[in-house]
Design a binder for this molecule. Structure first.
Ligand code: NFS
Ligand code: SF4
Length: 623
């Protein structure tokens, strides 16, 4: 019992941890415990297996070896390891972006039945930003031309990515001076793999600077393309009401859960789940309807655009299966624990993988391509309906009570429109001090940190102090479960923020989307900086990832800091084996970028660090 309390703050999490234990289902927490003690060298970033003269380890106490076989010291090894984490994260976001560009092109060519252009306005905006001629082109022709221009962003040798044009001029100058303006998206990741090969870049400072450039190729490249093209294909999010936690799974309906990241699959399932023929079939099988729910970021994508409810975040994915209510789970890629397929064998759940590049044990592989997606989605929804009839009553536990209400859909466009058409009122509120500043609380869950505790504690404290919180990813789901994403949650905010929220009818914690949608936060920050004629780093802003686990989160944190936003990490990154690197990242970057990292596992203290930073930025602006 106590152990369960210590694992998660969520009620549904606790209940289903018990159920999982009853069912003999092993969870991420159990496996984390079985891994104790974890390797101290790796925790500090001091182990290297980049070549076959190794693996090598550096003794952090200075007694054993201080160099690897090749001669690399602690600084080089830590920097190389961090560099490769950034590269993997940037590659993941950017490859996701590329998959969307492929669909955009196929839509233009008429080869992607079921997909279409939902926001021609955004398509045209992107075309002019990319310098693509529009002269009377149909939306389809323009889609092909824009897709071509975006493809160029990935590879071609150039001075800077096109979207660097969105960055305030002062910030661009900072990047130029440091030589970290991102060029081709794939180029930066590929160069990182090159630099970290044995015997290439052995200056930890230059490695870390390239790490920032690599991360910027994600934030102002790959992720940005993922978000913009998703908006073009599926629509720009608008405020929408929905619900969250395991109670969104319905005992009397066919439950289909989508898990992963790319809306290419989940949007097609969404369409198929509304097909009258399939609804009819569900009824014939005794179900009251077809209930679609999301997990993790593809859940966030559907939530933002369609109001589809979310069953949970990263650490809840196995527990969702333990309800015995999931008739089919469809996954694409990223953050899908390879344990899920086997976990599902305890129940009747059909597990389906959908991407050619992501396979999992004990899942059936049904590959989605733009050409077949519509038909395949229909087939799968039909199979889910059949799966409903095979539920194992003895294994079913219906979550009691009601799901938590929430609001999502706060794209930059939606925020500006909630403000009455411009960012002016937000700037005024910041100037007057009603809103002290804004913080992006983002990122994952990690069994090292009590589930959702980091997010909810930090965010509650920030809003109490009149700091507006914007969020994405699994953090956003944590906040939603805690009831912070309804307009009534304004009562939990300080007096200034409370008044602003009540006047606008918005919650004090605004859901801006999935993790690639972190770029929306930076778009907003850039717009505020433009409006004030200053740099992003001058604004009273910060970011935090209290429970991060993934390489993608490392890339995000690095582009946040490089973009000028102070960033606090809850989970310690593997850098503490190099005091030089710790000092650079947590102190010296402030002089170079006007922003740095902090590492603070205690969310209350993290909040205080952030509040202090916001006060200092306000004072420097004369506010
Ligand atoms: Ni982001 Fe989304 Fe969640 Fe972390 Fe994973 S789902 S992309 S990486 S765990 S927030
Ligand atoms: Fe060891 Fe150097 Fe090879 Fe790394 S690159 S494994 S430190 S020899």
């Amino acid at each position: 019992k106590e152990e369960i309390q210590a694992r998660t703050i969520t009620e549904d999490g606790r209940l289903f941890l018990q159920k999982a234990a009853q069912d003999g289902l092993e969870t991420v927490w159990d496996r984390y415990q079985a891994q104790q003690p974890q390797c101290g060298f790796c925790e500090l970033g001091l182990s290297c297996r980049n070549c076959s003269m190794g693996p090598c380890r550096i003794d952090p106490f200075g007694e054993g070896p201080q160099r690897g076989v090749c001669g690399a010291d602690a600084d080089i090894i830590v920097a190389r390891n961090l560099g490769r984490m950034i590269a993997a994260g940037a590659a993941s976001h950017s490859d996701h972006g590329r998959d969307l560009v492929e669909v955009l092109r196929k839509v233009g060519e008429g080869k992607a039945p079921g997909y279409g252009i939902q926001s021609e306005e955004k398509l045209r905006k992107l075309a002019s930003e990319l310098g693509v001629a529009q002269d009377g082109k149909s939306a389809e022709a323009l889609a092909v031309a824009v897709a071509e221009a975006l493809e160029e962003e990935f590879g071609t040798r150039k001075k800077a990515l096109a979207f660097v044009g969105r960055v305030p001029e002062k910030r661009r100058k900072v990047w130029e001076k440091l030589g970290i303006t991102p060029r081709g998206i794939d180029r930066e990741t590929s160069e990182m793999m090159h630099r970290t090969h044995m015997g290439v870049d052995n200056d930890w400072k230059s490695l870390l600077l390239h790490g920032l450039r690599n991360a910027l190729s994600d934030g102002w490249g790959g992720s940005l393309i993922a978000t913009e093209v998703s908006d073009i294909l599926f629509g720009v999010p608008k405020p929408v009401a929905s619900e969250v936690n395991l109670r969104v799974l319905k005992e009397d309906q066919v439950n289909i859960v989508v898990h992963g990241h790319n809306p290419i699959v989940s949007e097609m399932i969404f369409q198929a789940a509304q097909d009258p023929e399939l609804l009819q079939l569900a009824e014939e099988k005794g179900a009251q309807g077809i209930n679609l729910a999301g997990l993790c970021c593809t859940g966030n994508e559907l939530l933002m655009r369609r109001g589809i409810p979310i069953a949970g975040n990263h650490l809840m994915t196995e527990l969702a299966l333990s309800t015995g209510l999931v008739d089919m789970m469809l996954v694409d890629y990223q953050c899908i624990m390879p344990a899920l397929g086997e976990a599902a064998r305890c129940y009747h759940t059909r597990m389906v993988s959908t991407s050619d590049k992501a396979r999992y044990p004990f899942m059936e592989h049904r590959e989605f391509r733009p050409e077949n997606a519509r038909q395949l989605a229909r087939d799968l929804v039909q199979e889910a309906v059949e799966s409903y009839t095979r539920r194992i009553p003895a294994k079913v536990l219906s979550p009691p009570g009601d799901a938590v209400k929430m609001m999502a859909g706060f794209s930059v466009e939606a925020i500006v429109s909630a403000l009455g058409g411009s960012a002016g009122p937000l700037i005024d509120a910041i100037k007057s001090g009603a809103i002290q500043g804004a913080v992006g609380v983002v990122g994952c869950n990690n069994p090292k940190i009590r589930h959702d505790y980091g997010h909810v504690t930090l965010t509650t404290r920030l809003i109490q102090n009149d700091v507006l919180v914007v969020d994405t990813g699994c953090a956003a789901v944590a906040h939603a479960k805690a009831g912070l994403k309804v307009p009534e949650a304004a009562e939990k905010a300080g007096p200034g923020l409370q008044q602003v929220c009540r006047a606008l009818g918005i919650p004090p914690v605004l859901h801006m989307g999935s993790c690639v949608d972190n770029v929306r936060i930076f778009d907003l920050a850039a717009a505020l900086a433009h409006a004030l004629g200053t740099d992003i780093s001058d604004l009273p802003l910060a970011a935090a990832a209290p429970e991060w686990y993934s390489e993608k989160a490392v890339s995000i944190a690095c582009y946040a800091v490089a973009s000028g936003v102070y960033t606090v990490l809850g989970t310690p990154p593997p850098i503490f084996g190099s005091p030089n690197i710790v000092k650079l990242l947590t102190e010296d970057l402030d002089d170079l970028l006007g922003a740095s990292f902090a590492v603070e596992p205690d969310p209350t203290k993290a909040a205080d660090l952030i509040l202090e930073r916001i006060r200092a930025k306000r004072a420097a602006l004369g506010l």
